[in-house]
Design a protein. Structure first.
Ligand SMILES: *[C@@H]1O[C@H](CO)[C@@H](O)[C@H](O)[C@H]1NC(C)=O
Ligand SMILES: *[C@@H]1O[C@H](CO)[C@@H](O)[C@H](O)[C@H]1NC(C)=O
Ligand SMILES: *[C@@H]1O[C@H](CO)[C@@H](O)[C@H](O)[C@H]1NC(C)=O
Ligand SMILES: *[C@@H]1O[C@H](CO)[C@@H](O)[C@H](O)[C@H]1NC(C)=O
Length: 413
C-alpha cells in the first residue's frame, strides 16, 4: 500500500513538473540560466511572420506590404514595445526620399489599437515594396578562434536566424531607381533578448550613377517606458558608435500632443550629420548595424551585465583581454628589461607604441632591412618568456598620412 502511494506521488509530481515546464522556462533568467530555446521564424495563421527566441519576438506583416507590427519582450515585462507602425527604413536615391516598406493606417499613434490597425491598414504607394525574403544563418563578419584564455566554448558566429527581406522600387520611381533592390536584414540569436538590424542597397545594373543616402536604418515608434524619457528598458546602439558618424536619436514623434496625454517616443538610428552623406551606388552598400537589446529593466546591475553579454556575443575576442604594456623605447636593452619585468609580474603582451623609435609605417627597404634582425631577436626573446609582441598604429583622417593612404573619394570628398 505504502509502495503504491509512493509511486502515485512520484507520478503526480512528474506530471506537475511537466505541466509547469513551459511556464518555468519563460520565468528563467537569461542572465543566469541557459535558455533552452532556439531562434525560430514561424508563419502565423493570420499570415504574418514571427521571429522569436522566447525572450523577445518581432512580428512582420507581409500583406499589403512588409512592416514590423509587433516587438515584444517575452522575458520580463511580457509586453509590447510598439505603439505604432513605421516604415522599416528610409533612404534617398538622387535626392528622392523613399520609405522602405511599412503600411499606412488612419489610426492615431498614441497607443497601438490593433483592431483599428487591422481593419484600416493600406499599402504606402510611395514606399519600396516587399518582394521576397530569405531565411539564412548568421554569417561571421570576421574570422575568430578563441585563444589567450578566452572561453574555448565560444560559438562563432552566434547561433540564430538571419532574416533578409527584399524590397523593390515603387512604380513612380525614375528608371535608374527601378534597378535598385533594398534588403532589410534582421538577426536574432539564441538565448539573448537582442535584435540586430541593417540595410543593404544593391544596384543590380551596377550603373553607379545613383546617389544614395541613409536617413533611417531603424525607425521605431516605442511606448514611453522603453525610451530614455521613460525607464530606458530598450538599449539601442550602433556597431560604429562614438565618432564614427552614426547616431541613435530618441525624439518625440510629430504627433506629440495630438492625443491628450500621449507621449510618443521615436527611435531613429541614422548617420550623424547636418546634411545627408551622399554615396554613389556602385554594386552594393551596407549600412551600419543597429543593436536593440531588450533589457526590460532599469536596474544598473542588470543593465551592465546585459550589455556585457551583448559585447561578448558579437565581439568574442573582447574576452581575451590580454594584459599589455605600451613600450615607448624600442632599443634592445630597454625592450629586454621591460620583457623581464613583464614576465615577472604576469603581463601577456607588449606593444611598440607611438614614439617607440620603431617606425611601423615605413616602406623604406633599407630601414626595414636594418632593423628586422634586431626586432626578430628581441621578439624571440619576448616569446621565450611567454610574452607576445604587437604594434600600435592609428589610422585616422585627421593624422594627415601620405595622400595615397587617405581614403577620400576624389570626386565626392
Ligand atoms: C510572447 O508573450 C505573449 C504574451 O505574454 C504571448 O502571447 C506570445 O505568444 C509570446 N510569444 C512568443 C513568441 O513566445
Ligand atoms: C477605418 O476603415 C473603416 C472601413 O474602411 C472606415 O469606416 C473608418 O472610418 C476607418 N477609420 C479611421 C479611423 O479612419
Ligand atoms: C480601437 O479601435 C476600435 C475600432 O475602431 C474601436 O472600436 C475601439 O474602441 C478602439 N479601442 C481603443 C481602446 O481605443
Ligand atoms: C531621423 O534622423 C534623420 C537624420 O537626422 C532626419 O533627417 C530624419 O528626419 C529623422 N526622422 C524622423 C522621422 O524624425
Amino acid at each position: 500500500m505504502r509502495f503504491t502511494t509512493g509511486i502515485l506521488f512520484l507520478l503526480l509530481f512528474t506530471l506537475l513538473l511537466l505541466i509547469s515546464t513551459t511556464e518555468n522556462v519563460l520565468s528563467l533568467d537569461w542572465l543566469v540560466d541557459k535558455v533552452p530555446f532556439e531562434t525560430t521564424l514561424k508563419k502565423t495563421n493570420r499570415g504574418t511572420l514571427v521571429l522569436s527566441n522566447a525572450l523577445v519576438s518581432r512580428e512582420f506583416l507581409l500583406e499589403p506590404d512588409f512592416a514590423t507590427i509587433d516587438f515584444r519582450d517575452n522575458h520580463t515585462t511580457k509586453s509590447s514595445l510598439l505603439r505604432c507602425v513605421k516604415p522599416e527604413a528610409i533612404i534617398t536615391l538622387d535626392g528622392i526620399e523613399y520609405p522602405i516598406g511599412g503600411v499606412l493606417s488612419n489610426a492615431h499613434c498614441a497607443y497601438f489599437n490593433r483592431t483599428l490597425f487591422w481593419t484600416n491598414k493600406t499599402k504606402d504607394p510611395m514606399a519600396f515594396h516587399f518582394k521576397s525574403y530569405d531565411v539564412l544563418q548568421p554569417q561571421a563578419p570576421f574570422k575568430y578562434t578563441p585563444k589567450r584564455h578566452a572561453p574555448s566554448d565560444i560559438v562563432w558566429p552566434p547561433k540564430g536566424i538571419h532574416l533578409k527581406v527584399y524590397f523593390q522600387a515603387p512604380w513612380y520611381a525614375p528608371m535608374p531607381h527601378q534597378y535598385v533592390i533594398v534588403s532589410v536584414n534582421y538577426e536574432m540569436y539564441d538565448g539573448i533578448p537582442l535584435i540586430v538590424k541593417w540595410l543593404e542597397v544593391i544596384d543590380v545594373e551596377q550603373a553607379g550613377d545613383v546617389d544614395l543616402s541613409f536617413i533611417s536604418v531603424e525607425l521605431l515608434a516605442v511606448n514611453l517606458p522603453w525610451s530614455p524619457m521613460g525607464h530606458y528598458w530598450l538599449y539601442a546602439e550602433t556597431n560604429q558608435p562614438g565618432g564614427h558618424g552614426t547616431n541613435v536619436l530618441w525624439n518625440w514623434d510629430t504627433e506629440l500632443w495630438t492625443v491628450p496625454g500621449s507621449l510618443p517616443v521615436l527611435l531613429n538610428c541614422t548617420y550623424e550629420t547636418d546634411h545627408p552623406i551622399i554615396i554613389p551606388l556602385k554594386g552594393r552598400i551596407t549600412s551600419f548595424r543597429v543593436h536593440e537589446l531588450v533589457i526590460a529593466s532599469s536596474d544598473p546591475e542588470r543593465v551592465g551585465l546585459s550589455k556585457h553579454r551583448l559585447v561578448r556575443l558579437l565581439a568574442p575576442h573582447t574576452q581575451e583581454n590580454p594584459i599589455f604594456f605600451h613600450m615607448i623605447d624600442s632599443s634592445s636593452p630597454a625592450f629586454r628589461k621591460a620583457i623581464d619585468q613583464l614576465a615577472e609580474v604576469g603581463f601577456e603582451m607588449l606593444i611598440y607604441s607611438f614614439w617607440s623609435g620603431f617606425n611601423m609605417e615605413s616602406d623604406d627597404e633599407k630601414y626595414i632591412e636594418e632593423i628586422s634582425g634586431k626586432l626578430e631577436t628581441d621578439i624571440a626573446y619576448a616569446n621565450s618568456k611567454g610574452i607576445e609582441v604587437g604594434g600600435y598604429d592609428l589610422i585616422a583622417l585627421t593624422r594627415q598620412v601620405p595622400v595615397q593612404w587617405m581614403a577620400i573619394d576624389p570626386n565626392t570628398g
